[in-house]
Design a protein around this ligand. Structure first.
Ligand SMILES: [Cu+2]
Length: 94
């Protein structure tokens, strides 16, 4: 049996998302750490459309979000006003 190592990625939230595309591998537990700056404005809301999830982000903090990786595909996220966008790409297991 394979040992499934956890995937952890970091996104800086400060006037947008850096990076705004995050790749994960299918079938391996995954977390994304959203690290916020001082001036986040409407970026304080983080909406994952396909997951039907909404999170509150605090200034100058780190929010760790579990990302389901059972299915390959794309998960879009955006700020509360749908102005800033990013996506998680779950690459198919080979
Ligand atoms: Cu916004």
């Amino acid at each position: 049996m394979f040992f499934k190592k956890e995937q952890v990625k970091k996104v800086v939230v400060d006037g947008g998302y850096k990076p705004d595309v995050i790749h994960l591998k299918q079938g391996i537990p995954a977390k994304i750490k959203f690290k916020t700056g001082q001036n986040i404005g409407c970026l304080n809301e983080l909406v994952f459309k396909e997951l039907d999830q909404k999170y509150e982000l605090e200034k100058s903090a780190v929010k760790v979000i579990d990302i389901p990786t059972d299915q390959a595909g794309e998960l879009n996220f955006a700020c509360g006003m749908d102005m800033f966008h990013g996506k998680v790409v779950i690459d198919e297991a080979k």
